[in-house]
Design a binder for this molecule. Sequence first.
Ligand SMILES: [Fe+2]
Length: 248
Amino acid sequence: MERVLVRDVISFIEEFAPPALAIEGDNTGLQVGEDLERPVKKIGVALDPSLEVIRRAVREGVDFLFTHHPLLKEGVRSFQGVIYKKLKILLSRDILLYSAHTNLDICEGGLNDALAELYRLENREYLFENGLGRVGIYQGGLEEILDITERYICENPTVVRGDVVKGKDTLKVAVLSGYGLSQRNIEYVSQVAEVYISGDLTHHSKILAEDLNLCVIDGGHYGTEVYGLRHFSEYLKELGIEVITLDF
Ligand SMILES: [Fe+2]
């Protein structure tokens, strides 16, 4: 078998999720490591670069760790506590860490498209101008949407039932992977859709959705992102080296 180098893995990822798609200020790309000419033996895929994921990567002999969420969101001024522990393991074991965040949400076939595909949304469009989220027509009623959600996204979704969906058999549905249920998003989505499936619903967002008569399904940050990540890890297998998942 031909050797697959770090640079090959990175170009393969970036062919799928071009970094140029990432929203401004996002942290995407190589997070830890620099030797692009090194051969890769085993890729580990995870949603989060948590301490447990990093420890599992060591146990499983992973030398290239891919995560959706980056290691650091904001600038840090010192490496202490959890971040120290994570870096110490990654550096001492020479494990590369690469993240594709909003570019993987936005890209064709990425996390949002995977959700739109799951719900078979027709006449799909971007939910937001920056490419995040999808909105389209679902041929069917709310109960069917809930069935799909419970089967593939999350066993116990939190549901805000708006009257607007009652008795309808065609629905305008918006999906957004991860943290999508902010008050600002709910306000906007209530103008373009009847049902909004996303994650991280807070108390205030729930009340706002009720007030705006928007049907909201909180499938969880984890559930709404891991669904598409599974598809992405299947894509990585086309590289011809071993790919394992570490937190889903
Ligand atoms: Fe996320």
